[in-house]
Design a protein around this ligand. Structure first.
Ligand SMILES: NC(=O)C1=CN([C@@H]2O[C@H](COP(=O)(O)OP(=O)(O)OC[C@H]3O[C@@H](n4cnc5c(N)ncnc54)[C@H](O)[C@@H]3O)[C@@H](O)[C@H]2O)[C@H](O)CC1
Ligand SMILES: [K+]
Length: 212
């Protein structure tokens, strides 16, 4: 898997130029970008737009999309995604009380969920309401195999380095739209049940890929 054009045996084909990286490398790349004076907001916008484009691709006009936005920047990307999605019924849920938002998932009968709960800021297994939200998403997928679940950057709960679900639980995405470069754990066997197809949105306005 060294550069060039690589294929993944998921539902959507993908290609990527940048080699897979660790979470530490992703953070280093981001920090170098901000240190160079590039603003964060336009980067988040482009990340959100990439997610919106994928969500549009896997749905049709008039379909319903539930956008779940967590408390960090992963949620920020999801909020921009909601803004950019066109000609769909978009419901944005900004999660302040995770437990209370479970009902928003339980009551959702639409075609696509966007998972912006946690990205590379995840540092422990999800518990309580966060665990409940994730289980509610996965239950929907189980009951409706046609449901598209688009993960923002990483499926929430997945450790991007090891490709393991922390505490054994992550969102079961059908598609993961990851930013900058694929996180190396996503290509491991253990990540397969969670990541679905991987799409690398490499051009989100960061500095050029800094690693060899
Ligand atoms: N890499 C890029 O080029 C860009 C990435 N972006 C997005 O930013 C997220 C990472 O955002 P961050 O705010 O650092 O973290 P999260 O949103 O993943 O998490 C928020 C926050 O939650 C806390 N936390 C961690 N684990 C748990 C847990 N199990 N339960 C409860 N709370 C938890 C922790 O404090 C985190 O900081 C990245 O994935 C991209 O989506 C930007 O858009 C810029 C470009
Ligand atoms: K996510």
């Amino acid at each position: 898997m060294e550069g060039g054009s690589n294929r993944y045996d998921g539902k959507l084909d993908f290609t990527y130029k940048n080699n897979p990286i660790s979470i530490a490398q992703m953070k280093e790349w981001e920090d170098a970008t901000w240190a160079a004076g590039i603003e964060e907001e336009p980067v988040m916008r482009r990340a959100g737009k990439a997610v919106a484009e994928v969500a549009e691709k896997v749905t049709k006009e008039g379909d319903s999309i539930l956008v779940l936005a967590g408390k960090g920047k992963n949620g920020g990307d999801a909020i921009y995604a909601a803004e950019y999605i066109k000609e769909r019924n978009v419901t944005l849920v900004k999660i302040t009380d995770a437990q209370a938002s479970i009902k928003d998932i339980d009551e959702f009968g639409g075609e696509c969920i966007i998972d912006g709960l946690f990205g590379i800021g995840l540092n422990r297994p999800m518990e309580g309401g966060w665990k409940g939200l994730t289980e509610a998403i996965n239950k929907k997928t189980y009951l409706n195999p046609n449901l598209e679940v688009v993960a923002v950057d990483t499926p929430s709960g997945l450790d991007g380095d090891s490709g393991e679900a922390l505490g054994g639980l992550a969102v079961k995405a059908t598609i993961t739209v990851t930013f900058g470069a694929i996180k190396k754990g996503m290509l491991s066997e253990s990540a397969k049940p969670w990541v679905g197809s991987i799409i690398a949105a490499e051009e989100v306005g960061l500095l050029p890929y800094p690693f060899k």
